[in-house]
Design a protein around this ligand. Sequence first.
Ligand code: UD1
Ligand code: CA
Length: 463
Amino acid sequence: MNELCTVILAGGQGTRMRSKLPKVAHQVAGLPMIAYVLEACRTLRAKRTLVVVGYQAERVREALAGEAIEFVLQQEQRGTGHALLQTRQALSGFDGDLLILSGDTPLLTSETLEGLLEAHRRARVKATILTAEVLDPTSYGRVVRDERGELLRIVEEPEATPQEREIREINAGVYCFAAVPLFEALQAIRPSAVKGELYLPDVVALLRERGGRVQAYRTADPDEARGINSRAELAEVHRLLWRKTAAWLLAEGITLLDPESAYVGPLVSVGPDSILYPNVTLEGRTAIGEGTTIHSGCRIRDAKIGDGTVILDGCLIQESEIGDGCQVGPYAHLRPQAKLRSKVKVGNFVEVKKSVIGEGSKVPHLTYIGDTSMGEKVNVGAGTITCNYDGFAKHRTVIEDEVFIGSNTNLVAPVSIGRGAIIAAGSTITEDVPADALAFGRAQQINKPGRAAALRAKRQQKR
Ligand code: UD1
Ligand code: CA
């Protein structure tokens, strides 16, 4: 079997988006759209994956940070053919198959790519292009076939005749090529007379003229071919995505009270018997366990939530971990690296950041926990603040098991509270508290017997 390398074209600006951000870095359900293309390629196990970057290359690099890919720079954006030509050097000596994709087709699936690759290998052709029959082919390249149905060429919309524009089979912008003849043909294509760009699809006709066999592989689901070129298309793709994931969740045994307002990204997983109330957004690579309930108005991105947990209304949860049997919210904010072990309660108007909260601990109301390690069965009173920032640096707070913290306490970090200690309400704790100690960090109360009554009497006299 021929070796496989993948190239994703992502150098264009995406003018039709009217954005400063490169098109492929725009978010789809919490991830840059190009991340989905990369994800779809993963199962193919290509030897190498190259991404062509150009317009604001840095932003695209950032969007794909941590991925095992190679970036190739296209200095000037002179069309998709020109973009691919930039990889020639990096791929010199490679004589296997090249899978080429665009960074703007986030609905593409691994199954379709596997089908395309298999068809390509089976037919032993020079090129296999992915096509789709769509209702509205506007702005796509049209697939021109001869009377026997053989693929002849792709014609781009600006060059197409009125009859060709009627064709509803479009080029999805995904191709398999035998690498060597591809690069030879690429060098021979001429810029478009209308746009002055080098069109990658032009190599199809050229390979054919040179005696190579080419073929089209049609997707079963035309939506997969959707390229995003404008904000309207971005909105449309989101709508399709929500519908698709909602249908899939219902089939997997998840209750959606209103499937039309379940905004669940395609890389999210939800366990059976979980319940999503209306207007819930699950983004990125979020994973929700079994029998977990998420109430209305929550947005959860890149978080892991266990089984039998309840997230009450209006929570924002990002890059956090929540264990089994927890209760969070309403209106809680879990910022990156919040880790709640099992049976933890985090209540209303509580913010947690970069902290671990041990099993069975409770932080029920109006509290900020930042840069903290909290043990098990701790009880934190309302209005407690870990003062983690002194204006120069962040400091840590340690709270050991079974500590009880009275309401309205300030824990001025760095500070640690020993196991089983009790902090009196209203304390400002600036020094470590030993285990089992009772700490007061507030002004002594003074009671003046009878003084209130005396005051009142004095006032009455004045009248
Ligand atoms: C392209 C195809 C069209 C197909 C459609 C499918 C061409 C000429 N046309 O059109 O036949 O129906 O995709 O979605 O290829 N890019 C670069 N450098 C450039 C130009 C583009 O890297 O100089 C990248 C873009 O970032 C994008 C991809 O190539 O990810 C496709 O470019 P785009 O401008 O979206 O092509 P379409 O006009 O949609
Ligand atoms: Ca496109």
